[in-house]
Design a protein around this ligand. Structure first.
Ligand SMILES: [Mn+2]
Length: 378
């Protein structure tokens, strides 16, 4: 058997949306992920024979010169150690442009740099006595012909291990700048393993006897794109392809959703959040549900932000709990009148959008009126 490290969507050079100096620190960490991958591949205990990069190695087609030099140096360490490297351009680091990194550096790029504009058998080589065939393509604007999902794939040969690498979307047309791949046609082609890139959350799929897998983005770049935090290692040649995930040293992007409905006050909320915070994580706390007490996000921030490396608090609550509104509506005050009027409006709302607007007005209005008269809001 032989083993490969499947990488995709590292997006080196991406600028994360965080305040300085954490931003610079996290960017440095993210850009160091390739070196960590190479160190892992060179670790004899991992027994890696090949490294495959399935697109979007860089965040754009013209990365800064220092990233390019570092990347070439890192990939050259693999080649020097006899580990085969395959690089497939993606849609972010697209090969189409004349000044694309993969055109400018093609002459000295370590290993196999794929530039075939349509699915093709691009290389044949031997690893540990196995004959391997590599099928891949690099989406090239104006040259790659796409009218619907790609269906024309060269078939796997007899007595060889066939590995396909694509940066695309399997059975899903993601619109412009997405390369749709036909799952049934890939199943019919009969490859042993398909190394995919483009879908950052990762995931595996069986296509007949073929195992197709998105490695996913290892080091995340935002709360909506938090990264997998794991390396994808594939074993081939010893029965059907097998994939294993092993933990990668990355800083987690963590989203914690806390339902405040039924909570008695700030202390209870603080304790609940505290229990879920992770020391080195970049954290977003989403507060949802109906509030029965006055939320003070500033107080929460001051009390909790030292626990993790970054804390963002998002108030996504739907307004006051009905029992609070009942109490307010009974007040013989302007505020009581305001609540009664808006509740009346709410009961006649013609659409969910209108109800949402009235609900917002109720929240903002109550915030503006707070402090007027004795009530549970004080
Ligand atoms: Mn990507």
């Amino acid at each position: 058997m032989f083993r490969l490290l499947h990488l995709a969507d590292l997006h080196l050079g991406y600028h994360v949306a965080l305040p300085s100096p954490l931003k610079e620190e996290v960017c440095r960490e993210r850009n160091g992920i390739l070196k960590k991958a190479v160190d892992l591949a060179l670790d004899p205990r991992m027994a890696i024979d090949m490294v495959v990069i399935a697109g979007d190695l860089f965040d754009n087609h013209r990365p800064e010169a220092t990233f390019v030099e570092e990347t070439i140096r890192e990939l050259a360490r693999l080649e020097a150690a006899g580990i085969r490297v395959v690089t497939v351009p993606g849609n972010h680091d697209e090969i189409t442009y004349n000044d694309a990194v993969y055109r400018r550096e093609a002459g000295r790029w370590p290993g196999i740099l794929v530039n075939a504009p349509m699915p093709a058998s691009v290389a044949e080589f031997t690893i540990k006595g196995y004959t391997c065939r590599l099928v891949a393509m690099a989406y090239t604007g104006g040259v790659t012909r796409i009218d619907g999902p790609l269906k024309d794939f060269p078939p796997a040969g007899e007595g060889e291990i066939s590995l396909a690498v694509f940066h695309g979307s399997l059975d899903w047309d993601g619109g412009e700048r997405s390369l749709p791949l036909d799952g049934a046609a890939l199943a019919a082609a009969g490859y042993d393993y398909i190394a995919l890139g483009h879908i950052h959350r990762g995931g595996e799929r069986r296509l007949g006897k073929t195992l197709a897998c998105y490695a996913g983005m290892v080091a995340g770049r935002g709360f909506a794109d938090p990264g997998t935090g794991s390396w994808t290692i594939v074993t081939l040649g010893d029965g059907p392809a097998r994939v294993e995930g092993i933990p990668a040293p990355t800083r987690p992007w963590q989203v914690i959703t806390v339902d405040v409905t039924g909570m008695g006050g700030m202390e209870e909320l603080e304790a609940e959040i505290k229990e879920n915070l992770t020391a080195d994580a970049i954290t977003q706390v989403r507060l949802v549900g109906h509030v029965g007490f006055e939320l003070d996000l500033e107080v929460l921030r001051v009390r909790l932000e030292h626990i993790c490396s970054y804390l963002e608090l998002a108030d996504e609550t739907e307004g006051w709990a009905p029992e609070v509104l009942d109490k307010l509506a009974a007040e013989p005050t302007i505020r009581g009148l305001f609540v009664r009027r808006l509740r009346e409006k709410l009961s006649h709302a013609a659409s969910p959008q209108e109800a949402e607007t009235v609900n917002r007005a109720l929240m903002y209005g109550l915030a503006a009126l707070k402090g007027g008269g004795g009530s549970c809001l004080r």
